[in-house]
Structures are given as structure tokens and as C-alpha cells.
Design a protein around this ligand. Structure first.
Ligand code: FES
Length: 164
């Protein structure tokens, strides 16, 4: 083998691992971003089993998001109305107007947003204020008495519920 051919082969052999080392994370992040749009995870939400029936209760959980090789854990909260051990309504606390957190007022029996005064019924319907739509419900499931929630965010300030 001539010297020139040897150098070409050596460069090729050295370049291959470098291509993989640089290319894999890049491809994974691109594919991961696309994949992430359609892959939401259910997070276990402790406290559902002991929740009272028929009244909103705020439950906290840890949302785990994986985007390619990055893993992020965030603490989130949802409003849960337990109808029975196997049925519930889950609302995002994020106000559809501009994204403040709505709170349940037990005296008025309404959800009220502290920022601009949107008022929502126990079913999430807008009863006052600037919110362009009802409180956003979240996908959930109940298995063996435990509640699992898919945490999502939606566009604010628009009448239609659109996932961010
Ligand atoms: S952010 Fe809730 S009323 Fe404006």
C-alpha cells in the first residue's frame, strides 16, 4: 500500500468514530424533538385515594420529560375533582387567559384567577372575566385507585384549546 492510500484509509478510519460521536447526539435531539410532540407520559399523582368526593383538591406530582437524551423533572400541580374511586375530572391550574394559576374558592364554589379575575364554575366553564375558554382538562387514567395525569400546556389567550 502506498503512502497516499495509507493516509486516506487512516483518515477514513479516524473520521468514522468522530462522525458517530458528533452525529448521534445531533440526530437524537432532532428526532427527539419531533418524537416529543406526540409522546406524553402519565405521571402518578399521589393523594387521589384519600381525596374527598365532589370537591376540587389540588394535587402535586413530578412530571418527567425526556427529550432525546435530556431528562427534566418538574414539580406540577393540578385541580382534581374525584367523582368516584374510578372517575375524576382533572383541570390544569393554568388560566387560559394569560397563564396565571387559578385557585378554588370553597365559599364561592368557583375557580378564580387572581390576575385579572376570571371566574370558572366547578365544571370549568367561564362565568366571568377575560378568559377566552373554559379551564383546560388534562388526560388522565385511574389504575388500582391511583391517578395518573398527562401534564400538558396549552396556548393562552385563544378560544381554542391548542397544545403548546
Ligand atoms: S391570567 Fe387569569 S384572568 Fe388573566
Amino acid at each position: 500500500m502506498g503512502r497516499r492510500k495509507f493516509l486516506v484509509c487512516a483518515c477514513g478510519i479516524l473520521a468514522a468514530p468522530l462522525t458517530v460521536a458528533i452525529g448521534y447526539p445531533l440526530a437524537a435531539s432532532l428526532v427527539g424533538t419531533i418524537y416529543h410532540q406526540s409522546k406524553l407520559q402519565f405521571s402518578k399523582t399521589p393523594g387521589f385515594d384519600s381525596a374527598p368526593r365532589g370537591q376540587p383538591i389540588k394535587l402535586n406530582f413530578t412530571d418527567i420529560e425526556t427529550d432525546a437524551y435530556l431528562r427534566t423533572e418538574t414539580s406540577e400541580e393540578v385541580w382534581v375533582i374525584k367523582h368516584s374511586p374510578t372517575e375524576a375530572t382533572v383541570f390544569s391550574p393554568v388560566c387560559p387567559h394569560m397563564g396565571c394559576r387559578s385557585n378554588w374558592n370553597p365559599e364561592l364554589k368557583k375557580f378564580i384567577c387572581p390576575c385579572h379575575g376570571s371566574i370558572f364554575s366547578i365544571t370549568g366553564k367561564v362565568e366571568g372575566g377575560p378568559s377566552p375558554r373554559a379551564l383546560d382538562t388534562l388526560t388522565h387514567k385511574i389504575e388500582n385507585g391511583a391517578l395518573y395525569v398527562q401534564w400538558e400546556r396549552f396556548e393562552t389567550g385563544v378560544a381554542k384549546k391548542v397544545r403548546v
